[in-house]
Write a protein of this length. Structure first.
Length: 85
């Protein structure tokens, strides 16, 4: 089922950022793309199987820095990326 509850979608963004080796926390609730591998994988060439993680990566790449997970969620929704399942 597709999630439409904004709070639930923001929570998914936050938990994906927390759990992924692709992202690093820069402040409370704020994340950036990891510059060095966090679990031995190369973040530049690793193949992602998560559409949400890919969308977060693209949003952070376009931002050129770190964003709060609520801002990441807002940008994903603004781009109409359907990644919440």
């Amino acid at each position: 089922s597709v999630h439409t509850d904004p709070k639930r979608m923001r929570n998914r963004v936050s938990s994906t950022c927390i759990r992924s080796p692709f992202f690093v926390r820069t402040a409370h609730g704020t994340y950036a793309i990891a510059k060095e591998p966090l679990n031995g994988s190369n973040t530049q060439v690793a193949v992602s199987t998560s559409p949400l993680r890919d969308a977060i990566y693209r949003v952070l790449q376009e931002a050129g820095g770190s964003l709060h997970y609520e801002e990441i969620h807002a940008k994903i929704r603004a781009k109409k990326l359907y990644v919440f399942r």
